[in-house]
Design a binder for this molecule. Structure first.
Ligand code: 5GP
Length: 193
């Protein structure tokens, strides 16, 4: 992607259960910030209610591998064993070239990689839980996961939190409205620079 394209990149990462999607969706819903969501490709199956082309481009593993071979990705990661996720060049390049900003919801490794690629053209933002104990409590109260799955997510979260220092900005999601307001301010400051 050319460095002279006017659009900027906003990268948002967080351990699962930190409210990242809620924050991104609320800012997109308000529509105050000129930014478009980059729809990733994934080889995981759709969850109930997920729409192809809106939440993800759902692909088979073979289709995903073909897209890698065709150099279709800005970055991709095997976020869970056998589950690939990737940022499509087609989602990012055209929008940035047209002067729009693009928001990426991607994992910590992808986030750090994209920040390195785009430097000052990108803002990397990490959403954190108030503490690992609080994250565990939230996952338990959602009651959607087994105790083993919760333990796994918490373990992964502890690992992911070690990447927070590599991000430009961190927002602690303790009170959701405050986290949304802080994220809003940080993004507006970045794109007005
Ligand atoms: P989920 O399966 O819950 O939708 O997403 C799992 C993880 O994959 C989340 O951390 C999400 O941010 C990450 N993810 C989604 N799209 C991409 C992508 O294009 N690249 C990378 N590296 N991670 C992604």
């Amino acid at each position: 992607m050319s460095d002279i394209s006017p659009g900027k990149i906003i990268i948002v990462s967080a351990p699962s259960g930190c409210g990242k999607s809620t924050i991104i969706n609320e800012l997109l819903r308000r529509g105050e910030i000129d930014m478009e969501f980059s729809v990733s490709a994934t080889s995981r199956p759709p969850r109930e209610g997920e729409v192809h082309g809106k939440h993800y481009f759902f692909m088979t593993e073979q289709q995903f591998r073909d897209a890698i071979a065709a150099d279709a990705f800005v970055e991709y990661e095997e976020v869970y064993p056998g589950r690939f996720y990737g940022t499509l060049k087609s989602e990012v390049e055209r929008r940035c070239a047209e002067g729009h900003n693009v928001i990426l919801d991607i994992d910590v490794k992808g986030g750090v990689r994209v920040k390195k690629m785009f430097g000052d053209k990108a803002l990397s933002l990490f959403i954190m839980p108030p503490s690992v104990d609080e994250l565990r409590r939230r996952l338990e109260s959602r009651a959607t996961d087994t105790p083993e799955a919760i333990a796994q997510r918490v373990g992964k979260a502890e690992y992911e939190l070690t990447f927070a220092k590599d991000y430009d900005k961190c927002v602690v999601n303790d009170i959701l409205d405050e986290a949304i307001a802080q994220t809003d301010t940080i993004i507006k400051q970045f794109i007005s620079k």
